[in-house]
Design a protein around this ligand. Sequence first.
Ligand code: BEZ
Length: 211
Amino acid sequence: MGLRLGDIAPNFKAKTSEGDIDFYEYLGDSWGVLFSHPGDYTPVCTTELGKTAALKDEFTKRNVKVLALSVDSVESHKGWINDINETQGVEVNFPIIADPDRKISEAYDMIHPNASVNATVRSLFIIAPDKTVKLIITYPASTGRNFQEILRVIDSLQLTANYSVATPADWKQGEDVVVIPAIKTEDIPAKFPKGFVEVKPYLRLTPQPNK
Ligand code: BEZ
């Protein structure tokens, strides 16, 4: 069975475009984004890795380390990085893991045989500093991911880890959040001094507490 939310992300050692790593050591106390792509020298993946490199400051600001992965070799990754840098106007600034024996892909259930027997799908995992898996998304090869959405989820995860709130549909930094059902309405004023609106007894909105 594949990984599920709340599971511990498996550790691994790997060869990458930036040298050998131990995954846990590489992450340290940071959050992690580990994402697979179907293959090097493919068009959608080229744009995805370019976009990830362009968002380096956004990931760093959030204390997130990013790693990409495919079943291709380090040599292939290194050659492809030149193309990504040239065509996307970036410097790829994160490791691309080589997983030719598919050990990591299998541990993370990144190969879906009915989609492709020999390539990883577009899986993405957000991993908290305690190494628990906080988000899993899987896209088909034909659809490039929305990396603004990944940043948005990281913002939500980091906020909701520290406050008794959840974030509503399409929420973005600075917008109102919902108070989690476990908090009684009479306890809200003490916990959320910026105020709240009770739309329904189960739907209580409050300004984002850390803004
Ligand atoms: C791509 O990354 O561009 C891609 C990979 C496999 C199938 C289709 C597109």
